[in-house]
Write a protein that binds this ligand. Sequence first.
Ligand code: NAD
Ligand code: TYD
Length: 373
Amino acid sequence: MKTYLVTGCAGFIGSNFVHYMLEKYAQIRLVNLDKLTYAGNLENLKDVEGDPRHIFVQGDICDKALVSDLITRYDPDYVINFAAESHVDRSIRNPEIFVESNVLGTVNLLQCCKDAWYNAEAKTWKEGKKYLQVSTDEVYGALGPEGYFTETTPLSPHSPYSSSKASADLFVMAFHDTYGMPVNITRCSNNYGPYQFPEKLIPLLINNAKQHKNLPVYGDGMQVRDWLYVMDHCKAIDMVASDGKVGEVYNVGGHNERPNIFIVKTVIAQLHDRLQDEGITEELITHVADRLGHDRRYGIDPTKIKNDLGWYPETPFEKGIVLTIDWYLANPEWMAHVTSGDYQKYYEQMYKNKEAHTRKAAARPRRAGRGGA
Ligand code: NAD
Ligand code: TYD
Protein backbone atom coordinates (compact mmCIF):
# COMPACT_ATOMS: atom_id res chain seq x y z
CA MET A 1 0.00 0.00 0.00
CA LYS A 2 1.37 3.42 -0.98
CA THR A 3 1.21 6.54 1.16
CA TYR A 4 0.93 9.99 -0.39
CA LEU A 5 1.41 13.36 1.26
CA VAL A 6 -0.87 15.60 -0.77
CA THR A 7 -0.57 19.33 -0.15
CA GLY A 8 -3.31 21.75 -1.24
CA CYS A 9 -5.83 18.91 -1.05
CA ALA A 10 -8.77 21.20 -0.24
CA GLY A 11 -8.37 23.37 -3.34
CA PHE A 12 -9.75 22.74 -6.81
CA ILE A 13 -7.31 20.25 -8.35
CA GLY A 14 -6.08 18.81 -5.04
CA SER A 15 -9.59 17.83 -3.96
CA ASN A 16 -10.34 16.30 -7.37
CA PHE A 17 -7.08 14.35 -7.05
CA VAL A 18 -8.13 13.02 -3.63
CA HIS A 19 -11.44 11.86 -5.14
CA TYR A 20 -9.66 10.33 -8.13
CA MET A 21 -7.15 8.38 -6.04
CA LEU A 22 -9.67 7.08 -3.49
CA GLU A 23 -11.89 5.94 -6.35
CA LYS A 24 -9.02 4.25 -8.17
CA TYR A 25 -7.11 2.53 -5.36
CA ALA A 26 -8.77 0.45 -2.67
CA GLN A 27 -5.47 0.20 -0.79
CA ILE A 28 -4.01 3.66 -0.36
CA ARG A 29 -3.29 6.20 2.36
CA LEU A 30 -3.56 9.92 1.63
CA VAL A 31 -2.20 12.34 4.19
CA ASN A 32 -3.72 15.62 3.09
CA LEU A 33 -2.24 18.92 4.18
CA ASP A 34 -3.90 22.27 3.50
CA LYS A 35 -3.70 25.70 5.08
CA LEU A 36 -7.34 26.39 4.18
CA THR A 37 -6.79 29.79 2.61
CA TYR A 38 -9.77 31.48 0.93
CA ALA A 39 -9.32 28.90 -1.88
CA GLY A 40 -9.21 25.84 0.37
CA ASN A 41 -12.56 24.45 1.37
CA LEU A 42 -13.30 21.32 3.37
CA GLU A 43 -16.67 21.13 1.62
CA ASN A 44 -14.64 19.96 -1.40
CA LEU A 45 -13.78 16.82 0.59
CA LYS A 46 -17.13 16.36 2.30
CA ASP A 47 -18.03 13.13 0.53
CA VAL A 48 -14.77 11.43 1.57
CA GLU A 49 -15.00 12.63 5.16
CA GLY A 50 -14.78 9.63 7.43
CA ASP A 51 -12.94 7.52 4.84
CA PRO A 52 -10.08 6.00 6.88
CA ARG A 53 -7.77 6.09 3.84
CA HIS A 54 -7.74 9.90 3.97
CA ILE A 55 -6.25 11.90 6.84
CA PHE A 56 -6.72 15.67 6.79
CA VAL A 57 -4.24 18.02 8.50
CA GLN A 58 -4.70 21.77 8.52
CA GLY A 59 -1.35 23.54 8.18
CA ASP A 60 1.08 25.52 6.10
CA ILE A 61 3.63 23.97 3.72
CA CYS A 62 6.05 26.65 5.03
CA ASP A 63 5.87 25.13 8.53
CA LYS A 64 9.04 23.06 8.80
CA ALA A 65 8.22 21.39 12.12
CA LEU A 66 4.80 20.31 10.91
CA VAL A 67 5.93 19.03 7.50
CA SER A 68 8.90 17.16 9.02
CA ASP A 69 6.64 15.60 11.61
CA LEU A 70 4.17 14.43 8.94
CA ILE A 71 6.96 12.91 6.85
CA THR A 72 8.45 11.15 9.89
CA ARG A 73 5.10 9.94 11.19
CA TYR A 74 3.53 8.72 7.95
CA ASP A 75 6.66 7.98 5.86
CA PRO A 76 5.02 8.86 2.52
CA ASP A 77 6.24 7.22 -0.67
CA TYR A 78 5.19 10.29 -2.63
CA VAL A 79 4.92 13.95 -1.78
CA ILE A 80 2.65 15.70 -4.27
CA ASN A 81 2.64 19.47 -4.03
CA PHE A 82 -0.53 21.17 -5.23
CA ALA A 83 -0.47 23.85 -2.53
CA ALA A 84 -0.07 27.31 -4.01
CA GLU A 85 -1.59 30.69 -4.44
CA SER A 86 -3.03 30.16 -7.88
CA HIS A 87 -4.82 33.24 -9.20
CA VAL A 88 -2.97 35.54 -11.61
CA ASP A 89 -5.13 38.59 -10.85
CA ARG A 90 -4.45 38.30 -7.12
CA SER A 91 -0.73 37.95 -7.84
CA ILE A 92 -0.79 41.25 -9.72
CA ARG A 93 -2.20 42.95 -6.61
CA ASN A 94 -0.23 41.13 -3.94
CA PRO A 95 2.85 39.25 -5.15
CA GLU A 96 4.44 38.66 -1.72
CA ILE A 97 2.14 35.84 -0.64
CA PHE A 98 2.95 34.08 -3.94
CA VAL A 99 6.62 34.12 -3.02
CA GLU A 100 5.86 32.80 0.46
CA SER A 101 3.60 29.89 -0.43
CA ASN A 102 4.76 29.04 -3.92
CA VAL A 103 8.51 29.52 -3.60
CA LEU A 104 9.40 29.30 0.10
CA GLY A 105 6.72 26.65 0.69
CA THR A 106 8.15 24.50 -2.09
CA VAL A 107 11.70 24.91 -0.82
CA ASN A 108 10.56 23.92 2.66
CA LEU A 109 8.89 20.77 1.31
CA LEU A 110 12.03 19.89 -0.64
CA GLN A 111 14.23 20.39 2.43
CA CYS A 112 11.95 18.31 4.65
CA CYS A 113 11.93 15.49 2.09
CA LYS A 114 15.71 15.69 1.77
CA ASP A 115 16.13 15.57 5.57
CA ALA A 116 14.00 12.43 5.73
CA TRP A 117 15.10 10.64 2.56
CA TYR A 118 18.74 11.53 1.95
CA ASN A 119 21.83 9.91 3.40
CA ALA A 120 24.39 12.67 2.89
CA GLU A 121 27.40 10.48 3.68
CA ALA A 122 26.51 7.74 1.26
CA LYS A 123 24.87 10.22 -1.14
CA THR A 124 21.93 7.86 -1.48
CA TRP A 125 18.19 8.29 -1.34
CA LYS A 126 15.70 5.98 0.33
CA GLU A 127 14.23 3.56 -2.20
CA GLY A 128 10.85 4.28 -3.77
CA LYS A 129 10.48 7.92 -2.74
CA LYS A 130 9.46 10.73 -5.05
CA TYR A 131 8.59 14.42 -4.87
CA LEU A 132 6.18 15.66 -7.54
CA GLN A 133 5.70 19.38 -8.17
CA VAL A 134 2.40 20.32 -9.80
CA SER A 135 3.32 23.22 -12.04
CA THR A 136 1.77 25.14 -14.88
CA ASP A 137 2.27 25.90 -18.58
CA GLU A 138 2.31 29.58 -17.58
CA VAL A 139 5.99 29.23 -16.63
CA TYR A 140 6.80 29.16 -20.36
CA GLY A 141 5.34 32.62 -20.95
CA ALA A 142 3.12 33.24 -23.95
CA LEU A 143 2.97 31.91 -27.49
CA GLY A 144 2.25 33.74 -30.72
CA PRO A 145 -0.37 32.29 -33.09
CA GLU A 146 1.85 29.31 -33.99
CA GLY A 147 3.74 26.62 -32.08
CA TYR A 148 3.40 24.83 -28.75
CA PHE A 149 5.16 24.59 -25.41
CA THR A 150 7.40 21.54 -25.12
CA GLU A 151 9.37 20.52 -22.03
CA THR A 152 12.45 22.23 -23.50
CA THR A 153 10.77 25.59 -24.14
CA PRO A 154 12.74 28.13 -22.08
CA LEU A 155 11.02 29.43 -18.95
CA SER A 156 9.83 32.98 -19.54
CA PRO A 157 7.08 33.77 -17.04
CA HIS A 158 5.34 37.15 -17.12
CA SER A 159 3.01 37.38 -14.13
CA PRO A 160 3.99 37.32 -10.46
CA TYR A 161 2.05 34.02 -10.23
CA SER A 162 3.88 32.33 -13.10
CA SER A 163 7.19 33.77 -11.91
CA SER A 164 6.67 32.21 -8.50
CA LYS A 165 5.80 28.86 -10.09
CA ALA A 166 8.86 29.04 -12.36
CA SER A 167 11.05 29.84 -9.34
CA ALA A 168 9.66 26.83 -7.53
CA ASP A 169 10.33 24.64 -10.59
CA LEU A 170 13.95 25.83 -10.64
CA PHE A 171 14.38 24.84 -7.00
CA VAL A 172 12.87 21.42 -7.66
CA MET A 173 15.33 20.83 -10.49
CA ALA A 174 18.16 22.24 -8.37
CA PHE A 175 17.45 19.59 -5.70
CA HIS A 176 17.55 16.95 -8.41
CA ASP A 177 20.72 18.27 -10.03
CA THR A 178 22.56 18.98 -6.77
CA TYR A 179 21.58 16.10 -4.52
CA GLY A 180 20.09 13.61 -6.97
CA MET A 181 16.66 14.01 -5.40
CA PRO A 182 13.98 11.87 -7.08
CA VAL A 183 11.59 14.46 -8.51
CA ASN A 184 9.16 15.08 -11.31
CA ILE A 185 7.49 18.27 -12.47
CA THR A 186 4.19 18.33 -14.33
CA ARG A 187 3.25 21.47 -16.25
CA CYS A 188 -0.41 21.52 -17.07
CA SER A 189 -2.63 23.86 -19.04
CA ASN A 190 -5.84 25.49 -17.71
CA ASN A 191 -8.05 23.07 -15.80
CA TYR A 192 -11.81 23.21 -15.45
CA GLY A 193 -14.33 21.06 -13.61
CA PRO A 194 -16.09 20.68 -10.25
CA TYR A 195 -14.93 22.54 -7.12
CA GLN A 196 -13.13 25.37 -8.95
CA PHE A 197 -13.28 28.63 -7.04
CA PRO A 198 -15.33 31.29 -8.89
CA GLU A 199 -12.47 33.75 -9.27
CA LYS A 200 -11.39 31.64 -12.28
CA LEU A 201 -13.06 32.18 -15.64
CA ILE A 202 -15.49 29.26 -16.04
CA PRO A 203 -17.07 29.10 -12.55
CA LEU A 204 -17.17 32.91 -12.44
CA LEU A 205 -19.15 32.94 -15.69
CA ILE A 206 -21.55 30.27 -14.44
CA ASN A 207 -22.15 32.09 -11.17
CA ASN A 208 -22.67 35.48 -12.81
CA ALA A 209 -24.82 34.24 -15.69
CA LYS A 210 -27.22 32.45 -13.36
CA GLN A 211 -27.80 35.80 -11.65
CA HIS A 212 -27.96 37.75 -14.93
CA LYS A 213 -24.85 39.67 -13.92
CA ASN A 214 -22.29 41.04 -16.37
CA LEU A 215 -19.81 38.54 -17.77
CA PRO A 216 -16.43 40.33 -17.68
CA VAL A 217 -14.20 39.62 -20.67
CA TYR A 218 -10.69 40.99 -20.41
CA GLY A 219 -9.65 43.03 -23.43
CA ASP A 220 -10.79 41.63 -26.77
CA GLY A 221 -11.45 38.13 -25.39
CA MET A 222 -9.21 36.58 -28.05
CA GLN A 223 -6.62 35.23 -25.59
CA VAL A 224 -6.28 31.49 -26.05
CA ARG A 225 -6.09 28.88 -23.29
CA ASP A 226 -5.68 25.11 -23.66
CA TRP A 227 -8.51 23.71 -21.51
CA LEU A 228 -8.18 20.34 -19.78
CA TYR A 229 -10.86 18.57 -17.75
CA VAL A 230 -9.53 18.28 -14.21
CA MET A 231 -9.87 14.49 -13.93
CA ASP A 232 -7.59 14.09 -16.96
CA HIS A 233 -5.00 16.15 -15.11
CA CYS A 234 -5.42 13.96 -12.00
CA LYS A 235 -4.86 10.86 -14.13
CA ALA A 236 -1.65 12.38 -15.50
CA ILE A 237 -0.33 13.18 -12.03
CA ASP A 238 -1.02 9.65 -10.85
CA MET A 239 0.81 8.23 -13.89
CA VAL A 240 3.80 10.53 -13.50
CA ALA A 241 4.08 9.75 -9.78
CA SER A 242 4.03 6.01 -10.44
CA ASP A 243 5.94 5.74 -13.71
CA GLY A 244 7.52 9.07 -14.60
CA LYS A 245 11.25 8.90 -15.12
CA VAL A 246 13.06 10.55 -12.23
CA GLY A 247 14.25 14.08 -12.98
CA GLU A 248 11.87 14.58 -15.90
CA VAL A 249 9.35 17.31 -16.65
CA TYR A 250 6.05 16.31 -18.29
CA ASN A 251 3.75 18.76 -20.04
CA VAL A 252 0.07 17.94 -19.65
CA GLY A 253 -2.53 19.29 -22.06
CA GLY A 254 -4.97 18.09 -24.65
CA HIS A 255 -4.92 20.30 -27.75
CA ASN A 256 -8.13 21.92 -26.59
CA GLU A 257 -7.28 25.49 -27.42
CA ARG A 258 -10.12 27.98 -27.33
CA PRO A 259 -10.27 31.78 -27.26
CA ASN A 260 -11.86 33.12 -24.07
CA ILE A 261 -14.81 34.58 -25.97
CA PHE A 262 -15.66 31.08 -27.25
CA ILE A 263 -15.73 29.81 -23.65
CA VAL A 264 -17.97 32.70 -22.62
CA LYS A 265 -20.43 32.09 -25.45
CA THR A 266 -20.46 28.34 -24.78
CA VAL A 267 -21.32 28.84 -21.11
CA ILE A 268 -24.07 31.31 -22.07
CA ALA A 269 -25.60 28.93 -24.63
CA GLN A 270 -25.45 25.95 -22.26
CA LEU A 271 -27.02 27.77 -19.35
CA HIS A 272 -29.64 29.45 -21.54
CA ASP A 273 -30.79 26.09 -22.89
CA ARG A 274 -30.46 24.05 -19.73
CA LEU A 275 -32.22 26.55 -17.48
CA GLN A 276 -34.62 27.73 -20.19
CA ASP A 277 -33.68 31.21 -19.03
CA GLU A 278 -34.23 33.99 -21.58
CA GLY A 279 -32.22 36.38 -19.39
CA ILE A 280 -28.99 34.50 -20.09
CA THR A 281 -27.86 35.97 -23.40
CA GLU A 282 -24.75 37.39 -25.02
CA GLU A 283 -26.01 40.82 -23.91
CA LEU A 284 -24.41 40.01 -20.58
CA ILE A 285 -20.92 40.05 -22.11
CA THR A 286 -18.99 43.12 -20.92
CA HIS A 287 -15.53 43.86 -22.23
CA VAL A 288 -13.45 45.28 -19.38
CA ALA A 289 -9.88 46.50 -19.06
CA ASP A 290 -7.35 43.87 -19.99
CA ARG A 291 -5.27 42.08 -17.37
CA LEU A 292 -1.83 43.69 -17.00
CA GLY A 293 0.78 41.67 -18.89
CA HIS A 294 -1.96 39.32 -20.13
CA ASP A 295 -0.45 36.29 -21.88
CA ARG A 296 -1.99 36.00 -25.33
CA ARG A 297 -1.86 32.27 -25.96
CA TYR A 298 -0.94 29.02 -24.20
CA GLY A 299 -0.76 25.69 -25.99
CA ILE A 300 0.76 22.44 -24.77
CA ASP A 301 2.50 19.79 -26.83
CA PRO A 302 1.70 16.60 -24.87
CA THR A 303 3.77 14.25 -27.07
CA LYS A 304 6.22 13.28 -24.32
CA ILE A 305 3.69 12.16 -21.72
CA LYS A 306 1.71 10.38 -24.43
CA ASN A 307 4.73 8.49 -25.81
CA ASP A 308 6.48 7.77 -22.50
CA LEU A 309 3.53 7.05 -20.20
CA GLY A 310 0.56 6.45 -22.50
CA TRP A 311 -1.40 9.39 -21.09
CA TYR A 312 -4.04 11.07 -23.24
CA PRO A 313 -6.97 13.34 -22.36
CA GLU A 314 -10.16 11.28 -22.22
CA THR A 315 -12.62 14.13 -21.95
CA PRO A 316 -13.26 16.33 -25.00
CA PHE A 317 -14.18 19.91 -24.17
CA GLU A 318 -17.78 19.43 -25.36
CA LYS A 319 -18.25 16.67 -22.79
CA GLY A 320 -16.19 18.27 -20.01
CA ILE A 321 -18.07 21.55 -20.12
CA VAL A 322 -21.40 19.72 -19.81
CA LEU A 323 -20.08 17.69 -16.84
CA THR A 324 -18.83 20.91 -15.26
CA ILE A 325 -22.07 22.83 -15.72
CA ASP A 326 -24.02 19.78 -14.46
CA TRP A 327 -21.96 19.84 -11.30
CA TYR A 328 -22.41 23.56 -10.63
CA LEU A 329 -26.15 23.35 -11.30
CA ALA A 330 -26.43 20.38 -8.93
CA ASN A 331 -24.45 22.14 -6.18
CA PRO A 332 -25.87 25.67 -5.74
CA GLU A 333 -25.23 25.55 -1.99
CA TRP A 334 -21.49 25.02 -2.62
CA MET A 335 -21.43 28.18 -4.75
CA ALA A 336 -23.52 30.08 -2.19
CA HIS A 337 -21.08 29.18 0.59
CA VAL A 338 -17.90 30.09 -1.29
CA THR A 339 -19.31 33.38 -2.55
CA SER A 340 -20.53 34.59 0.82
CA GLY A 341 -18.41 36.99 2.89
CA ASP A 342 -15.03 37.97 1.47
CA TYR A 343 -15.79 36.94 -2.10
CA GLN A 344 -18.17 39.89 -2.62
CA LYS A 345 -15.52 42.31 -1.45
CA TYR A 346 -12.92 40.68 -3.73
CA TYR A 347 -15.25 40.87 -6.72
CA GLU A 348 -16.14 44.52 -6.22
CA GLN A 349 -12.52 45.59 -5.79
CA MET A 350 -11.22 43.58 -8.72
CA TYR A 351 -13.89 44.39 -11.27
CA LYS A 352 -14.89 47.97 -10.40
CA ASN A 353 -11.30 48.94 -10.90
CA LYS A 354 -11.21 47.18 -14.27
CA GLU A 355 -14.32 48.90 -15.58
CA ALA A 356 -12.96 52.29 -14.55
CA HIS A 357 -9.77 51.71 -16.55
CA THR A 358 -11.18 50.05 -19.63
CA ARG A 359 -10.18 52.66 -22.21
CA LYS A 360 -6.74 53.40 -20.88
CA ALA A 361 -5.74 49.73 -20.71
CA ALA A 362 -7.02 48.97 -24.21
CA ALA A 363 -4.72 51.60 -25.65
CA ARG A 364 -1.61 50.29 -23.83
CA PRO A 365 0.99 48.86 -26.27
CA ARG A 366 2.39 45.39 -25.56
CA ARG A 367 6.09 44.69 -25.25
CA ALA A 368 7.53 43.37 -28.46
CA GLY A 369 9.18 39.96 -28.63
CA ARG A 370 7.49 38.22 -25.70
CA GLY A 371 3.89 37.09 -25.83
CA GLY A 372 1.91 36.94 -28.99
CA ALA A 373 0.73 40.52 -29.23
P1 NAD B 1 -6.50 26.43 -5.70
O1 NAD B 1 -6.20 27.86 -5.46
O2 NAD B 1 -7.90 26.03 -6.01
O3 NAD B 1 -6.04 25.56 -4.44
C1 NAD B 1 -4.83 25.77 -3.79
C2 NAD B 1 -4.91 25.07 -2.42
O4 NAD B 1 -3.65 25.24 -1.77
C3 NAD B 1 -5.97 25.66 -1.48
O5 NAD B 1 -6.69 24.61 -0.89
C4 NAD B 1 -5.16 26.43 -0.45
O6 NAD B 1 -5.79 26.45 0.82
C5 NAD B 1 -3.88 25.63 -0.43
N1 NAD B 1 -2.73 26.44 0.01
C6 NAD B 1 -2.34 27.65 -0.46
N2 NAD B 1 -1.22 28.05 0.18
C7 NAD B 1 -0.91 27.07 1.06
C8 NAD B 1 0.14 26.89 2.01
N3 NAD B 1 1.07 27.83 2.18
N4 NAD B 1 0.17 25.76 2.72
C9 NAD B 1 -0.76 24.80 2.58
N5 NAD B 1 -1.80 24.92 1.71
C10 NAD B 1 -1.86 26.04 0.96
O7 NAD B 1 -5.51 25.99 -6.85
P2 NAD B 1 -5.69 24.85 -7.97
O8 NAD B 1 -6.31 25.46 -9.16
O9 NAD B 1 -6.28 23.65 -7.35
O10 NAD B 1 -4.16 24.57 -8.33
C11 NAD B 1 -3.43 23.56 -7.64
C12 NAD B 1 -2.02 23.53 -8.19
O11 NAD B 1 -2.05 23.27 -9.58
C13 NAD B 1 -1.28 24.86 -8.03
O12 NAD B 1 0.06 24.58 -7.68
C14 NAD B 1 -1.36 25.50 -9.40
O13 NAD B 1 -0.24 26.33 -9.63
C15 NAD B 1 -1.34 24.26 -10.30
N6 NAD B 1 -2.02 24.40 -11.59
C16 NAD B 1 -3.30 24.87 -11.66
C17 NAD B 1 -3.94 24.95 -12.90
C18 NAD B 1 -5.38 25.42 -13.02
O14 NAD B 1 -5.87 25.59 -14.13
N7 NAD B 1 -6.11 25.61 -11.93
C19 NAD B 1 -3.26 24.57 -14.06
C20 NAD B 1 -1.94 24.09 -13.95
C21 NAD B 1 -1.34 24.01 -12.71
P1 TYD C 1 -8.19 32.34 -15.36
O1 TYD C 1 -9.34 31.42 -15.17
O2 TYD C 1 -7.94 33.38 -14.32
O3 TYD C 1 -6.90 31.45 -15.60
P2 TYD C 1 -5.40 31.86 -16.10
O4 TYD C 1 -5.22 33.31 -15.88
O5 TYD C 1 -4.55 31.05 -15.20
O6 TYD C 1 -5.33 31.46 -17.54
O7 TYD C 1 -8.38 33.09 -16.74
C1 TYD C 1 -8.55 32.38 -17.94
C2 TYD C 1 -8.60 33.38 -19.06
O8 TYD C 1 -9.81 34.15 -18.94
C3 TYD C 1 -7.47 34.39 -19.01
O9 TYD C 1 -7.07 34.71 -20.34
C4 TYD C 1 -8.10 35.61 -18.35
C5 TYD C 1 -9.54 35.54 -18.80
N1 TYD C 1 -10.55 36.08 -17.86
C6 TYD C 1 -11.51 36.98 -18.31
O10 TYD C 1 -11.55 37.37 -19.50
N2 TYD C 1 -12.43 37.43 -17.41
C7 TYD C 1 -12.43 37.07 -16.10
O11 TYD C 1 -13.29 37.56 -15.31
C8 TYD C 1 -11.43 36.12 -15.66
C9 TYD C 1 -11.39 35.66 -14.23
C10 TYD C 1 -10.52 35.66 -16.58
